[in-house]
Design a binder for this molecule. Structure first.
Ligand SMILES: [Ca+2]
Ligand SMILES: [Ca+2]
Length: 584
């Protein structure tokens, strides 16, 4: 709380005679219409102030948000209306200082030649700390040549947060979001948080450099960075094999949802990652994978993997072979990893152990623990040893459907787990042998739903429990900026559909002349399906008719429309769902 507000409280309730002791820097809101006014407002700002950018299109605006807030007295740079301040051309944003917040900006269809669209930090000696990028979007900010390299968001400094943002349509070289670590002696952990973002479609780059999120670099990968990546939705992030490239120590990846993304969460460099409560839903799309493990003491538990088609390095769970005396940029041997309480359903290749074995990658995984996992797949073999692991241990796993691929060891039962479908997910039924059959594990105190595990835990990601479910596969409604739905006209009070009752999708996305929009209804109803542009103007109505329960498909003909982001909104039975479309 600011001194000003403290003083107000004091004057109002206790010391009315002392009103004149108010500090000189009472909070101000400065409304700005031009880049010059913006720069002036930033340089005049004090802790607790807000700078408000006027609605409209800001072209070639290089925002240098260099200021100093204070704990509890953040300086905010925000849009007059979230989503109605559009930055394009060569616009960029730099944030440097402490306790700064940027809210509601939309970078759309600009282009750079190098560097970063948004950067936390001004120089290597002037960084951003305790600062936040929230409720913002970057869409289709691409150069003419896809080999031109720049980042969309670069996070330097410490204790920064990127949340509720939308990033989609990156077609060119360079990771979308990067966490950068510093060289010694300034190499303390950075403690950033990346949460509730919607990472939308990123097409296959065809080369390295298409990561959606990278944390660290190989040269700094032995540093602990303590970054938390949670409750993000990664949808059709196909840039390259590494959707997320973890390159430092002690990072946590939890409660994220990966849908139709052709890649894996890759623990590429660094040790002791904590990967739990994530949903990997491939929906049968080509090259969709799960988690790839390299390095030491990683924990992968309570994750749910379904309908993944990836093989080898893109398997649902790939444990990679290491290089002897590995340089920092090659492959460290996997040691002391724990893979526990995960559910694998209908996965093309489930466990690939010793993946990538070669003359150079000659060190098999050592002390790998595989416990209390549940596998149901007809594809396989379920366990593939590309190299023979050293001291692997299995306990209380159920693996059913396909062949095991190895001589059945103690610790793997091939009994039918008797799964039943509830919504999107499959869980053990009341008579399942998975129930109460797992050995307890100290850190697996909850399940994929966020429910507490009991004293006799169940095998797989699900514990049967009556407590409220706090974690489930994320939808567009759970993540990203507020304005992607707010810019659309609202005819009736919107009631977002329960996540399992309807899904909209389109393919291809991005698209050129046309795309197929499909949706699945849990029950019959009168369906209105309307496409809007980013300013909320109706572009076309695709459907206005009764439709029965089940899957339906309509064509969106867009050949006469400009490139950019569109939204399709489905209304049925007084409920609605919105989905983003990218016209290239
Ligand atoms: Ca139990
Ligand atoms: Ca449960």
């Amino acid at each position: 709380m600011s001194i000003f507000r403290l003083a107000c409280l004091a004057t109002a309730s206790i010391l009315p005679a002392l009103w004149w002791t108010l500090p000189a820097f009472a909070q101000q809101e400065r409304f700005v219409r031009t880049p010059t006014e913006l720069a002036q407002a930033i340089s005049n700002s004090d802790p607790g102030d807000a700078i408000v950018m006027a609605n409209g299109v800001w072209t070639d605006t290089q925002i240098a948000f260099y200021a100093e807030g204070a704990p509890g007295d953040t300086i905010t740079l925000r849009a007059e209306t979230p989503g109605k301040v559009i930055l394009n051309g060569r616009s960029t944003l730099r944030i440097a200082g402490d306790y700064l917040k940027v809210d509601g900006l939309w970078f759309d269809r600009g282009t750079l030649t190098d560097g970063h669209i948004i950067q936390f930090g001004r120089s290597s000696s002037r960084l951003a700390n305790h600062s936040r990028l929230t409720n913002c979007a970057i869409t289709n900010y691409n150069p003419p040549n896809r080999l031109t390299e720049y980042k969309w968001v670069s996070i330097y400094g410490t204790h920064n947060r990127v949340d509720h943002c939308y990033f989609a349509g990156k077609t060119h070289d360079g990771a979308t979001v990067v966490v950068w670590l510093r060289d010694p002696p300034n190499d303390a952990p950075v403690y950033h948080r990346v949460d509730h973002n919607h990472f939308g479609h990123r097409p296959d780059l065809g080369k390295n450099g298409g990561e959606t999120l990278r944390i660290g670099t190989s040269s700094r990968s032995m540093q602990n960075s303590f970054v938390t990546v949670e409750r993000n939705l990664f949808e059709e992030c196909d840039g390259e094999i590494e959707i997320i490239s973890n390159k430092s120590g002690q990072n946590t990846f939890r409660y994220n949802t990966f849908r139709r993304s052709a890649g894996t969460l890759t623990l590429r460099h660094g040790n002791e990652a904590h990967v739990y409560g994530n949903f990997f839903l491939g929906e049968g799309k080509s090259q969709t994978g799960g988690v790839r493990i390299i390095g030491e003491r990683h924990e992968v538990y309570n994750n749910y993997f379904q309908d993944l088609t990836g093989t080898g390095y893109r398997a649902a769970l790939a444990v990679v072979n290491g290089v002897e005396n590995s340089p920092l940029n090659r492959y460290f041997q996997v040691k002391d990893a724990i893979v526990a309480f995960n559910t694998f359903l209908n996965t093309e290749e489930t466990f690939v152990i010793g993946a990538g074995k070669s003359n150079e990658q000659s060190l098999p995984p050592e002390n790998l623990t595989i416990t209390s996992n549940l596998v149901e797949t007809s594809m396989g073999p379920i366990l593939e040893y590309e190299d023979t692991p050293v001291n692997i241990s299995y306990a209380t796993n159920i693996m059913h459907g396909s062949t095991l691929g190895i001589d059945q060891p103690d610790g793997i039962s091939t009994v039918d787990p008797q799964l039943t479908q509830s919504g999107l997910l499959w869980r053990p039924s009341a008579s399942s042998p998975a129930l109460n059959a797992a050995a307890a594990l100290a850190f697996a105190t909850t399940d994929m739903d966020g429910q507490a595990r009991d004293a006799t835990p169940d095998i797989g990601a699900d514990e049967q429990a009556a407590s409220p479910i706090t974690n489930r596969p994320l939808t567009e409604a759970d993540v990203g900026p507020s304005f992607l739905s707010i810019v659309l006209p609202v005819e009736s009070p919107p009631k977002e559909l329960p996540s399992t009752s309807v899904t909209i999708r389109n393919a291809p996305n991005p698209f050129n002349a046309r795309t197929h929009v499909s949706f699945t209804l849990a029950e019959s109803g009168h369906v209105r399906l309307v496409v809007y542009d980013i300013l909320g103007r109706e572009v076309t109505s695709l459907l206005d008719a009764l439709r029965t329960q089940g899957e339906h498909r309509v064509i969106f003909e867009a050949s006469g429309l400009p490139a950019g982001l569109y939204m399709v909104r489905l209304n049925v039975n007084d409920q609605q769902q919105t989905h983003m479309l990218i016209r290239q």
